[in-house]
Design a protein around this ligand. Structure first.
Ligand code: ATP
Ligand code: MG
Ligand code: MG
Length: 551
């Protein structure tokens, strides 16, 4: 498919650039540091950084850190690492909304002086009652008509720490009957006696998201402030602040549809719950929808960028199939990942007619199409094949090994199964085979051998652990649990299968973190960046060779 995907924001920015409306476009990516970035954030990152790149502008990274209680340095560090890993660089220094706390506080005082803000003593519950509903207008607070002097005094005392959390709030005086609830005297400042990771104990009043966001955009000279559709109703408020304050620039807000992906969750609250309750092994558990999890799982940054380009940018909500993301990584790895062999469930094979003590060094291409060299595989009397590649009594059309039957060992000889050795319980633990010495690199005389299976040498292969990851949820919409259930009830119990005692071909002993491979006939794998050791490698399955979910 070569038609460029729809991206209505690209058209808007393009028109603004062509009309000369801005000298330079400036966008920003504004994460709240209260969790790790997930695949939904990747859409916003690719959009904001991508537009800046495409149109010669700049994109800022700004931490939206107005809520001290839920934010942590660990998240800030992880977010920076993830943005860089995705392949983007923010303009200049990192920004923090908290850098603007002094300015925002000064602007709040200006609003008070202009009679456009007041200190309200209603409790949060009372304020909610006064706010009305979508169908009922709100009521004015009894504190709404305080004098400017009294408001200035109370706000100064709020700021000095005289009152407990929630006792008072500073609100804009707009319209308690506005059909748009966001304009019903929104909160500008709350009292929170909390330590902040950037500003320490300097403040005990913190600005609201709405009072912070647009003004931060203006301070940074952001031209296009791109956010998700939930903020559409906040746009009039965004504009009210920009119009009622002496801000240095006039940013505009645009909304797009957030990414929803099936078979996963992309809410930081739910992701945190999965971590905190031990359903997964941390934020970067390869089954999570976080960018650090996709990285650990073996996804490339390019595959995620391609995915974001492929799904386009629109204003209509929809759900993207996980298969589209999996397609993007398969496409990348099929083209770029070296091939290797790894036997996941080893069954020993002895080639009885191969001379004892003899070894041949076979050379196999590392890639079927790309010229990226060869790998060497020693072939000798003892080797391993996968248990699933031998059946005593196979169904019709079985193309692998059966008693008396032949297969080709990938890149090597044709062998015939002569005898299966079983233990007392009837379990096969070894195959005695014979090889046809005249079949290296050529077809056998007078007969056709259809099957090709993978194998590794017995002695020189590397023992390893293989983790077969699958989708974390078994339902397309995990949130629609059984009656009364939650998303946790939809966790796929087979989302992780750990295989120990697997055998990888010798060339894999050199693999290091984030090296990626196609294990022939098994799927795409990478070295686990956390648990793998040179003497005991651990491989993660990134994705199967084919879509087995029928998506
Ligand atoms: P969550 O609901 O997971 O907490 P959030 O929107 O509160 O997400 P932020 O840290 O505020 O998370 O997000 C930073 C930016 O990423 C915002 O501009 C937001 O609109 C965008 N973003 C978040 N989730 C998605 C998504 N699923 N698709 C597209 N953009 C998203
Ligand atoms: Mg947010
Ligand atoms: Mg949030």
């Amino acid at each position: 498919d070569t038609t460029p995907p729809a991206n209505f924001l690209r058209q808007i920015v393009k028109a603004d650039v062509e009309s000369g409306k801005h000298d330079k476009i400036v966008t920003r990516f504004p994460p709240e540091p209260n969790g790790y970035l997930h695949i939904g954030h990747a859409k916003s990152i690719c959009l904001n950084f991508g537009l800046a790149q495409e149109f010669g502008g700049e994109c800022n990274l700004r931490f939206d850190d107005t809520n001290p209680a839920k934010e942590e340095q660990e998240y800030i560090d992880a977010i920076k690492a993830d943005v860089e890993w995705l392949g983007f660089q923010w303009a200049g220094e990192i920004h923090y909304a908290s850098d603007y706390f002094d300015q925002l506080h000064a602007w709040a005082i200006e609003l008070i002086k202009a009679g456009k803000a007041y200190v309200d003593d209603l409790s949060p519950e009372q304020a909610r009652e006064y706010r009305g509903t979508l169908t009922e207008p709100g009521k004015n607070s009894p504190f709404r008509d305080r004098s400017v002097e009294e408001n200035l005094d109370l706000f100064a005392r709020m700021t000095a720490g005289e009152f407990p959390d929630g006792a008072r709030a500073l609100r804009a005086k707009i319209d308690m009957a506005a059909p748009n609830m966001n304009l019903r005297d929104p909160i500008l400042y709350r009292i929170r006696h909390a330590h902040h990771h950037q500003t320490g104990d300097k403040w005990c009043v913190y600005p609201s998201y709405d009072f912070t966001h647009g003004q931060s955009d203006a301070i940074e000279g952001v031209t296009h402030s791109i956010c998700t559709l939930e903020f559409e109703d906040h746009r009039p408020l965004y504009e009210w602040f920009i119009n009622n304050l002496p801000v240095p620039a006039t940013p505009r807000q645009y909304e797009f549809a957030r990414l929803n992906l099936n078979y996963t969750v992309t809410s930081k609250r739910k992701l945190k719950q999965l971590v905190d309750e031990g359903h997964v092994d941390g934020w970067d558990d390869p089954r999570m929808s976080t960018l650090s999890a996709f990285r650990r799982r073996g996804y490339t940054a390019a595959s995620i960028r391609n995915f974001c380009e492929r799904i386009g940018v629109t204003r209509s909500d929809g759900v993207v199939d996980m298969g589209v993301l999996e397609f993007s990584i398969r496409e990348d790895l099929d083209a770029n990942a070296p091939r290797a062999m790894c036997v996941l469930r080893p069954l020993k094979v002895t080639i009885t007619n191969y001379p004892e003590g003899q070894t041949e060094q076979l050379e196999l291409p590392r890639h079927p199409k790309e010229d990226i060299g060869v790998r060497v595989l020693p072939f000798s009397r003892e080797l391993y094949i996968d248990r699933d590649d031998f059946m005593i009594d196979p169904p019709k059309g079985y193309k692998r090994l059966e008693p008396g039957g032949e297969v080709r060992l990938r890149g090597s000889y044709v062998i015939r199964a002569d005898e299966a050795i079983t233990d007392a319980d009837g379990n096969i633990f070894e195959l005695k085979c014979s090889y046809d010495p005249d079949t290296l690199g050529k077809n056998p005389e007078g007969r056709k051998v259809k099957g090709v299976i993978h194998w590794v040498p017995a002695d020189e292969s590397v023992e390893c652990e293989v983790r077969l990851y699958d989708r974390l949820f078994r339902a397309p919409n995990p949130d629609k649990g059984e009656e009364g259930g939650t998303f946790l009830d939809n966790i796929n119990p087979e989302s992780l299968v750990v295989l120990k005692g697997c055998r990888a071909e010798p060339s894999l002993a050199q693999a290091t973190a984030e090296d990626r491979f196609q294990f022939e006939r098994e799927g795409y794998f990478c070295i686990d960046s956390k648990d793998s050791r040179p003497e005991a490698p651990v491989f993660n399955r990134t994705v199967t060779l084919r879509d087995s979910w029928g998506g």
